[in-house]
Write a protein that binds this ligand. Structure first.
Ligand SMILES: [Ca+2]
Ligand SMILES: [Ca+2]
Ligand SMILES: [Ca+2]
Ligand SMILES: [Ca+2]
Length: 328
């Protein structure tokens, strides 16, 4: 109540003074100085509440009294639950400070962090459990754990978990096993990177690597040391049983000696291979009509992979074969 009394006394004293002088800047009675303060300002009763008193521009209430804003925060003392503290008023943001900052009658309400249950203790939560200044038991301030029963799986995880989305980015990790062979020699690439020799036709080669959900390109660059035949065979599989093998859907570069821009990115999924031709199927492993017998020996038993090549007889000493496959 003290601020209201001070305001009233102040206003009364101004009224008393104004009776002494009421002169405008032209020396005569002011036509503007309605409050008779003798200051020639356009003082008006802003609230229009007919209380006969001037006040600050904030006096907009029809309450017939002079409103005050002691702390200058724009909220008058009738609305400001602490008119001596400019950080406390109905427009303030509630903070975790033990004070009712926004004058709604509750302390620290709606302040603090959003908390999440973290069932597997990896510091990332799943289910939101609301906002508060103090963390509920076992809660963490970061959500996004797409597997809250596995501490190896959370946003930012660098652990690879076969068949799972280990870093919660919507893509699963897959461990691939790739069997390949080339007559005579060659190299294997995946998504633009050479991953190693493709293996010779007698045994072949086995490579293991990790890839994530989405499209990937695999390429085989092979060549024949005798300029007679170059052919290739490959078999990729993942733990859910999906497999991709060489067949007549693969494509080969009809102009394999072309280098430079024409070959840029040939082993990436985004490469436009519409100008490449479909490979020719020479038959599956073990086909008596092909020259390789049961080879290559490292391939899994019963592999449905087929030997493929670009054309026969080979009149160039090199071939590029590629395919794009999509991991689930
Ligand atoms: Ca105030
Ligand atoms: Ca509050
Ligand atoms: Ca967790
Ligand atoms: Ca987890």
């Amino acid at each position: 109540m003290v601020p209201r009394l001070v305001g009233a006394i102040l206003s009364l004293s101004l009224v008393a003074c104004s009776a002494v002088s009421d002169v405008g800047t032209d020396g005569g009675p002011s036509t503007r100085d309605a409050d008779r303060h003798g200051d020639d300002r356009g003082d008006v009763d802003a609230a229009g509440d007919a209380d006969g008193r001037t006040s600050s521009p904030g006096d907009v209430e029809e309450d017939n009294r002079v409103d005050t804003d002691m702390d200058g925060d724009g909220w008058e003392e009738g609305d400001d639950c602490n008119d001596l503290d400019e950080t406390v008023n109905p427009g303030a943001l509630e903070q975790c400070n033990g004070v009712d900052d926004d004058c709604n009658g509750e302390i620290d309400d709606g302040a603090g962090e959003n908390w999440f249950v973290d069932a597997d203790g990896d510091s990332y939560g799943s289910e939101p459990i609301g906002q508060s200044c103090d963390p509920p038991d076992g809660a963490v301030p970061i959500g996004g754990d797409c597997a809250d029963d596995d501490p190896e799986i959370h946003p930012g995880s660098t652990v690879l978990v076969d068949g799972r989305d280990s870093n919660c980015n919507g893509r699963r990790d897959w461990h691939l096993t790739i069997y390949s062979a080339v007559d005579d020699v060659g190299e294997l690439c995946m998504d633009g990177e050479v991953i190693g020799p493709a293996g010779g036709w007698v045994e072949g080669a086995v490579h293991e690597l990790w890839l994530r959900t989405g499209p990937h390109a695999m390429g085989i660059h092979g060549w024949d040391t005798g300029h007679v035949i170059t052919a290739a065979i490959a078999h990729l599989e993942i733990s859910d049983g999906s497999m991709w093998v060489t067949d007549s859907t693969w494509r080969y570069d009809p102009d394999p000696d072309q280098s430079g821009v024409g070959k840029d990115g040939w082993c990436t999924a985004g490469f436009d291979d519409s100008g490449w031709d479909l490979a020719q199927d020479i038959g599956p492993i073990g086909d008596p009509n092909n020259p390789w017998g049961e080879s290559p020996s490292l391939f899994p038993e019963g592999s449905p992979a087929h030997w493929i090549w670009d054309h026969f007889p080979v009149d160039l000493n090199t071939q590029y074969l590629r395919t794009v496959f999509v991991l689930p």
